[in-house]
Design a protein around this ligand. Structure first.
Ligand code: NAD
Length: 365
């Protein structure tokens, strides 16, 4: 008998609920057509949860996530909650604890530009003539964002210092490197490991361990790049890259740099996973408060996050591909949301969701 699945739906704040509604449209079609037995339940998180329950990650939401096979996450945060103490704010109080609770140590971001859509990229057209396909693998629960000690010291009455700790262990580097090498086997078999080994001790260890892990994958080419050089090379020739392996800090910055090369952060999904394929799937962008309730946000990142959920947590590769193909085909038909349009000819969030859903029906019939 076909296994059933539970998915926790966490729309969140800002544009989250609007784009989530479009991903749910797509999910419903697939659920019916393939009799997938996927049960969804919606929970509050972030600012809306603070307003309703006084906490960004209420117990009911965490319990719902624990009972699920995967989490489809919208986005959280906004001005209204920015003045709260740091640990009570939506991102620090909900997203980071979720990542830690479920041990989501790897963040995967496919950053693709199809050659037919090269005009969307802010790069010159000769640079993106053939499009590009980068898979950014970022370590997500270690490094300087979580390293201890962190804090402040008073030097004197008018001078304080603040500090963070960039720290990685052999085991942490090994597990993320293994994921990067394994995923590269299904691609061009190239791993670009990013560090700052000319300056940072933690990067010297990173480079040593990644080199050691690479010996288990003799068919994969390993390149080491300093992060400053990588930032330049990605812009100069994105098509040269394949799997890009980064620490938490470097991955945060480089993955956003890669993201904008596709035209809009509103197009990019991400998957955060643990050892058991449990994952949180979310758009690369945030809650985009200026677009909230305007029906103008791009729902593609949220819809492609659903595709990653099928791929990485439910192991349904074919369905993941159907979603990706419907997005690509809809874009090739010329439909654009505001962020990727000429500013005059564009459709709304729900119209884009409907166009993608209609294209999906064409593909699966
Ligand atoms: P943002 O990603 O929300 O917005 C950056 C730019 O991208 C804006 O111009 C926005 O309009 C645009 N954008 C983002 N998503 C889009 C979409 N789907 N369609 C069209 N345009 C889109 O980042 P920000 O402005 O730095 O942050 C806004 C809020 O989001 C803050 O409260 C921040 O803390 C929060 N945030 C949340 C997450 C998350 O939930 N994972 C991630 C990043 C930022």
């Amino acid at each position: 008998m076909e296994k059933s699945f539970n998915i926790a739906i966490l729309p969140g704040d800002g544009i989250g609920p609007e784009v989530m509604a479009e991903a749910c449209k797509v999910l419903e079609i697939l659920n019916k057509k393939f009799n997938l037995k996927i049960h969804t339940e919606e929970f509050d998180i972030g600012g809306i949860a603070i307003d309703k329950f006084g906490a960004p990650l209420p117990k009911r939401t965490l319990d719902g996530c624990i009972k699920s096979d995967a989490i489809l996450f919208g986005s959280i945060g906004g001005e209204k909650w920015a003045c709260l103490p740091h640990d009570k704010q939506p991102e620090r109080g909900a997203l980071l604890p979720l990542r830690r609770f479920f041990n989501l140590f790897v963040n995967i971001r496919p950053i693709k530009l199809n050659r037919a859509l090269k005009q969307l990229s802010p790069l010159r057209k000769e640079i993106v003539e053939n499009g590009f396909d980068i898979l950014c693998i970022r370590e997500l629960i270690g490094g300087i964002y979580f390293g201890l000690p962190k804090g402040r010291n008073t030097i004197d009455k008018e001078n304080i210092s603040a500090f963070d700790t960039e720290i990685y262990s052999t085991k942490e580097i090994e597990r993320i490197a293994n994921i990067a090498f394994k995923l590269s086997l299904k691609r061009k078999k190239k791993v670009f490991s990013i560090d700052k080994a000319n300056v940072l001790e933690s990067s010297v260890l990173w480079r040593e361990v990644v080199t050691k892990v690479s010996k288990k994958y003799p068919s994969v080419e390993l390149h080491h790049l300093y992060v400053d050089n990588a930032a330049m090379q990605i812009i100069k020739n994105p098509n040269y890259f394949d799997v890009v392996l980064c620490s938490n800090l470097f991955g945060d910055i480089l993955s956003d740099e890669c993201a904008i090369l596709t035209g809009s952060v509103g197009m990019l999904p991400s998957a955060s996973l643990n050892d058991h394929s449990f994952g949180l799937f979310e758009p690369a962008g945030g809650s985009a408060p200026s677009l909230r309730d305007k029906n103008l946000a791009n729902p593609i990142a949220q819809i492609l996050s659903l595709s990653l959920l099928f791929e990485y947590s439910l192991g349904k590769h074919k369905i993941a591909q159907y979603i990706e193909s419907s997005v690509l085909r809809t874009l090739k038909k010329g439909y654009r949301t505001l962020d990727i349009s000429d500013g005059k000819n564009y459709i709304t969030t729900d119209q884009m969701g409907t166009k993608i859903a209609e294209t999906l029906i064409e593909i699966i019939q």
